[in-house]
Design a protein around this ligand. Structure first.
Ligand code: CA
Length: 237
């Protein structure tokens, strides 16, 4: 079931939208301000977000930006009583995908939702079925080919799986246990030196010949895949 988050401070309007969308077959959660909205957004999976512009406290535009930090793809529709071009532009700058001027017809809102969901599903599908890109790294999941800056890199199946996992979770520290569980499908009760060995294999192939290193050690914590623009001189031990 499609799960939609509605952020609207006017309770009457909020419950009208909720009821209308539920009649269209959606599962709807309502928040009455940006903070509550963000809390709900973090706590569960949403397929689409609808937010009023004028909210008590943080504005809908700021809420929109916060959501974009968490999720760069989820469709966002802004609602407002003002229909000026400036407002529209600010909404799009904040990362909104569409805009509805109040009062609106729920069928029209449903139409926009369907268009955005279709586009979103296609994008997510495309992202996950074919190629993972991070900085100059490209991984083709179908052909199992890996390249950096267009240069092909040969990996063993285990190295490939490890790199895919890191590239699917970039810019986040991955503990040895997490890597063990997700890449090797096992708990390493006896230690995780194994992971270090494979990380070193990967580094030799992925980073050694490139100025910008992608795989970094976080001492005592694990590893992180990150492209630092300023780390040309970093020694990657
Ligand atoms: Ca409002």
């Amino acid at each position: 079931m499609i799960h939609i988050l509605v952020v609207e401070d006017e309770q009457r309007v909020a419950s009208l939208i909720k009821r209308g969308l539920e009649e269209c077959g959606y599962n709807v959660s309502v928040a009455y301000d940006a903070e509550m909205g963000l809390r709900l957004f973090r706590a569960s999976e949403f397929d689409l977000v609808i937010s009023d512009v004028i909210l008590p406290g943080k504005s809908g535009f700021d809420f929109c930006k916060d959501v974009r930090v968490q999720n760069s793809n989820v469709p966002i529709i802004m609602l407002t009583a003002l229909g000026t071009t400036d407002d529209k532009l600010e909404g799009f700058d904040a990362g909104a995908d569409d805009y509805m001027v109040k009062p609106f017809d729920l069928r029209e809102l449903d139409g926009r939702i369907k268009v955005l969901l279709k586009r979103y599903t296609k994008e997510v599908h495309k992202d996950h079925s074919d190629v993972i890109s991070y900085a100059d790294l490209q991984i083709n999941l179908k052909t199992k080919e890996v390249s950096r800056s267009g240069l092909m890199i040969k990996l063993t199946p285990k190295e490939f799986n490890l790199l895919v996992y890191m590239a699917e979770n970039p810019e986040r520290v991955l503990s040895r246990n997490e890597i063990a569980e997700n890449v090797w499908n096992t708990h390493f009760d006896t230690g995780t030196n194994f992971i270090d060995v494979y990380i070193n294999y990967l580094r030799k192939k992925i980073d050694k010949d490139f100025d910008h290193k992608l795989i970094h050690t976080k001492t005592g914590m694990g590893f992180i895949l990150r492209y630092n623009h300023e780390d040309q001189n970093e020694i990657n031990a």
